[in-house]
Structures are given as C-alpha cells and as structure tokens.
Design a protein around this ligand. Structure first.
Ligand code: M6R
Length: 615
C-alpha cells in the first residue's frame, strides 16, 4: 500500500527520498510526490505526479534547480495507493495546508474526515483534493502556535481511524515530525541525519539500526537529535533494533523479477525457517518464540487461525496439522470475518495470526479482538518488528527473508513449515508419539530439497505454462491437503496474469462449476500420491469428458496419472503433510511463466498492494 519516506540531515533530501520510494514500489501505488524545504527559502517546494516514480523523478529534474549543492536537507515523500479519490496529481501526497507552510504525507484512513472537512470549510479552509489526508494538513495549520510537535499532537488527537504521518514546515527548516496510530513508521537511526519510512526496505541502505514507532508516539527529529514522546509530550524510550537484512536481499540479484527470485530462494528460506528448531532425537521441535511450556500447550483446547489471502490458505493447511497431529479442534477464518461476526473465544483458545507482512489491517483487527476476549494470541509473521509481531508479543517468525514480489511465494511455504512445527510441538504434549514425531521432523528436514527438485523442473513447467498462456479461464481442484493448494494456485494465477482462475474442492466441481467446463477451460488438478488421489483422478476424468484439458500435478513415477491428463507437472514423493510445499512451488512457477508469456507486470500487478493496511 502507500509508502512514506522522510529525511532530515545535510545530504540531498530529494535523492534520498526518491531512492527510498523506489524501494517501496513493491508495495503497490498509483501516484507519487515529494515536498522539500530548501534552506533559507521560507517556502515548501512540492512536486507530484500520477503514475510511476519515473514520472516523479522527471518532474523533480524539471522543476528543481540543478546545482552541485543539495537543494534541500529536509523533505518528505509518498507513494499513494488510491482510497479516497482517483489516482491524480491533485490527490497525490504530500498535501499542503491552506497557507502552504505545512506539508503532510499519510498512510492509513481517517474515518471522521468528512465531519472534520465540513468544520474546516466552515472555518474558511478550502480543499484542493478529494483525500482524507488534506484535513490533517489544515488541522496542523489550525493548531499551530509556534510549536510544530504540539500542533501535530493536537491535530492527530482529533482524528479517528489510522495514520502514519510525516510532517514538515517551511517555518522549521531543520525539523521533521512523524506520528503513528495503526500504520507503521520506522525510524532509521543514523549519525547526523534521520530517515523515516513506512517500511524498513527504504532504510536498510542507510543503516541497520531502526526504531519501530508505537501507536501514540510522536517523533521530533533534527539532523542531530531524535526524540520520541507521547501525544502528551512525555518522553518515551524506544531502543533501536538491529535489522539483519542486507541490501542484496532486497535487490533482484540478476533475476528478471522479484517473484522468480523469491520462488528460487525457497530452499534456503525453508532451511532458515527450520534451522535450529528441529529436534530429531526427541521427535519434537524447539520454538522458544511461542513462550509456552508443555503444561500451557497441553491446556489449549481450541486453535483459531485468522489470516488473509495466501496466508489464509497456508492457515487452511495448518488446520489439518493441528487437528491431525495435536488432536486440537481448529477453526480457520478470514481475518475480517473473525472480527465482524463477534466470535466466541473460549478460555483456552489459542489464536494464530498468520501474516507475512505483520501489517495486514484485517488480521491485526482480529488479533486485537481475540486479545480483548482473553485468547492466547501467537503471531506467525515474517517481518521482524511488524505490528502483529509486536502486539502479539509471542509467536514464531518465518525467517524467510524479505518478500518483495506482491505475489506471496516463499512466505506460503515457510508458513506451512512453521505451522507443522507448531503442531508437532503441541502434539508432543498430547498423543503424538516420539516415533511419529521423529518421522515428521525428518521429513521437515527434507523440505528444502523437495522445493529444489521442483525448481529444477523450471524449464518443463515454463514450456507447459506457455502452452496454456492464451487461455482466459482456469479451474484448480484438489482434496484434503490439496484443497488449499488448489485455492493458492488459482490465486497466484489470477493476481499476476489477470486470468480468471477459480480454486475448488475437487468434489465440489460437480455441484455447479462443472457447467463452465469446455475445451477452452483448462483444469489444474493437484493429485500427488497421497490420500484422495484416486477420487481426484475420477474428477479429472469428469473434466476431460467435458473436453477440458487437464494439467495434473503428480508424484514422480506415477505412470497411471499420465493416462488421465493432457499434461503433467511432476513433484517429488513426500509425506502427505508436506505435500502442499512442492505442489505450491510448482503452481507458483506455472503462474509466473503464464504471466510472463502474457507480458504482465509481475512484481507490481495492477490494483494490488503488498501489504493491505486498510480494512
Ligand atoms: O502480509 P499478509 O500475509 O498478511 O498478507 C495477506 C494477503 O494480503 C496476501 O497474502 C495476498 O493475498 C498476496 N498478494 C497473495 O499473493
């Protein structure tokens, strides 16, 4: 979603902000802008453009004087993903106050903006955009009495909704203020300068020392000082965290797209997700982040999983794990639904919030609701220090490394692995035997190799994808562990290739969707050598009888399946519980190559954002 970068220091703010915004491009956006405070000019210079950052860069080059000296050492920038109003130049951030002396960039949504706007208009303020953000700029002007921090604090106190904001003023050429409630702001701690951003990716090239602001914090930064206070101006101490990403991890490293790089990174990501956690001798695992002893684990009588998108489908796989290995009744819910339908949370419910980014608004809302209702809430997140990770306080990190491609890939396979480990840990306090645990732990040690063996078939999968790339409708089917795999395969295809693709339980096909099958509608059937395969083969026959071409995803050596499919993508043999990993890696490669053959913009698909921070 939207991205923020702010800079105060002695270097060229425009350059630093624009390169930071580039690092945030993956989040999805449709316009961009900067506001700069040139030394000694007593004015703010704003450049905004609809469309991509190249347009903004061209605008900056055209509108700013060229000189050896930095034009400004203070500035804020933004990439906007439209919510209120079209993606136009007028609606792009930064927004200026009425007198032009205050500029603000904002992530989040102000729920009470309409009422505030009405009042401001009655007080003589005029609006140039359709955004909710512009009210913040005017409110800061209205609250200003010589103290910029105080004005921001008073302004945000009137806001309902979510915000991460960064503010500068022409009246304070060396001062940057940031505030947050619900939308992340990270501070990069550097010598002689401060950089803030909505995401660490924009900061890692400058420093590995970052501070994650909390809701209600206000940052006051000058080139030499950095103070965090509460809205009431009480100092707050937030020690820096060291980020262990290096720059290479957030660059393409020779791959054509981040998505392909991240698919290829899965063997390493899976090894990192399991490293130091498997205890083969005991047939168990060590997950210290769960902060639960055997007694507490044994008391859990229900697991409730909340997540969105790909994380939701990983959660569906996880549901099988908790029920099968730990015999704990488990429910899985779309995170927004969890909150909206006022769920019953029993005393010994353990809620898992699954989120790659750790910032998804619906999942965060579910975390807060479950916490309020007394559940034990664990985060299963990838991004260290993200809001869900911090608010849950305990859980298991994926250690998958940064995921930049909008289409989630390595997060899914690592989420599945992490939940398998969590279920083994819980199962070992119950009926899961040491022997059974050992077999599972040994299998988990093999998953990097399983993923690699699918990746080794990239060329075959590519050829097959190119054969089907002209089709406009697809079905994905599967049963048991393959049902969430079918949903995930269809999601991958639709989000990056814009092909209409539906994931269905294989048994459900004949209850309606079969009416759509014909020779132009291929069916991808996930049918590896696990329980349910025979029945899925029967469903494949039903599809072929309606002339649909069938692409099977099947276990190497399964010669029978070839007779029931037009094409086969081979995956290595493995135990049932890890089978979604190789199958989904195959689906990721298939979707990637279809999208590439269709010339789609794979890393930043239209209308999509990497982390969805609005409800
Ligand atoms: O960061 P999260 O895992 O919470 O994100 C959830 C979904 O927004 C995300 O998985 C989305 O569906 C991806 N674009 C799927 O590829």
């Amino acid at each position: 979603m939207c991205g923020i970068v702010g800079y105060v220091g002695n270097r060229d703010a425009a350059n630093i902000i624009i390169s930071g915004l580039r690092r945030l491009e993956y989040r999805g956006y449709d316009s961009a802008g900067v506001a700069l405070s040139p030394e000694g000019e007593n004015t703010l210079k704003v450049v905004k453009r609809a469309g991509k950052i190249v347009n903004l860069e061209a605008g900056v080059q055209k509108e700013l004087p060229t000189s050896e000296e930095p034009y400004a050492g203070l500035g804020i920038g933004h990439t906007r993903w439209a919510t209120h109003g079209q993606p136009t130049e007028e609606n792009a951030h930064p927004h200026l106050s009425q007198n032009g002396q205050f500029a603000v960039v904002h992530n989040g949504i102000i729920d009470n903006y309409a009422g505030l706007k009405e009042k401001l208009i009655a007080d003589g303020y005029t609006f140039k955009s359709e955004t909710d953000t512009e009210v913040i700029a005017h409110l800061i002007e209205a609250c200003y009495d010589g103290d910029l921090r105080g004005a921001v604090a008073r302004a945000v106190e009137t806001l309902e909704g979510t915000y991460g904001i960064c503010v500068i003023s022409s009246l304070h050429p060396k001062l940057m203020i940031a505030a947050r409630k619900g939308s992340p702001i990270v501070i990069g701690v550097c010598k002689g300068e401060t950089i803030v951003a909505s995401d660490v990716s924009a900061i890692v090239s400058h420093t590995d020392q970052v501070i994650f602001m909390d809701d209600g914090d206000i940052l006051t930064a000058t080139p030499d000082t950095l103070d965090i206070t509460s809205l009431k101006n009480v100092p707050v101490s937030r020690p820096p965290t060291t980020i262990d990403w290096d720059l290479g991890e957030i660059e393409k490293g020779g791959y054509e797209h981040f998505m392909l790089k991240e698919i290829y990174e899965q063997p390493v990501a899976l090894a990192n997700a399991t490293r130091g956690r498997l205890v083969p001798k005991e047939g168990s695992v060590k997950l210290s982040g769960m902060q639960m002893d055997a007694y507490e684990m044994a008391r859990i009588d229900r697991v409730s999983i909340a997540a969105c998108g790909t994380s939701l489908y990983a959660g569906m796989v996880g549901k099988n794990f908790f029920e099968e290995f730990a015999s704990i009744p488990t429910e899985i819910q779309q995170a927004a639904e969890f909150r909206d339908r006022n769920p019953i949370v029993l005393r010994d419910t353990c809620m898992l919030a699954i989120s790659q980014s750790g910032e998804t608004a619906d999942t965060l809302a579910a975390v807060r609701e479950a916490t309020r209702k007394g559940a034990t809430v664990l985060g299963v997140c990838n991004v260290v220090g993200s809001t869900i990770a911090r608010e849950t306080g305990r859980g298991v990190y994926l250690h998958a490394g940064p995921e930049i491609g909008v289409a989630s890939t390595k997060a899914f396979t690592c989420q599945v692995s992490v939940m398998a480990m969590m279920a083994i840990a819980m199962g070992r306090t119950r009926r899961l035997s040491e022997h059974a645990g050992q077999a599972m732990v040994e299998e988990l040690a093999r998953i990097p190799e399983l993923a690699q063996r699918v990746i080794d078939r990239n060329d075959e999968i590519k050829a097959m994808a190119e054969k089907y790339a002209s089709k406009n409708d697809f079905f994905y089917i599967g049963r048991g562990y393959m049902f969430p795999a079918a949903l995930e395969g269809a999601l991958k295809l639709k989000e990056i290739s814009y092909i209409h693709a539906e994931g269905y339980h294989a048994a459900e096909l004949k209850h309606g969707p079969i009416a759509l099958l014909c020779d132009d509608v291929p069916v991808v059937a996930a049918a590896p050598m696990i329980p349910g395969r025979e029945k899925t083969i029967a469903n494949m026959q039903e599809c072929r009888a309606r002339k649909s071409p069938v692409v099977a995803i099947a276990t190497e050596g399964d010669s029978e399946i070839k007779t029931h499919a037009d094409d086969v993508i081979w995956v290595p043999d493995c135990m049932e519980f890890v089978s979604p990993i190789p199958v989904v890696v195959a689906e990721q490669l298939f979707a990637y190559h279809v999208a590439r053959a269709r010339g789609c913009e794979i890393d930043q698909p239209r209308n999509l954002a990497k982390s969805v921070t609005v409800e």
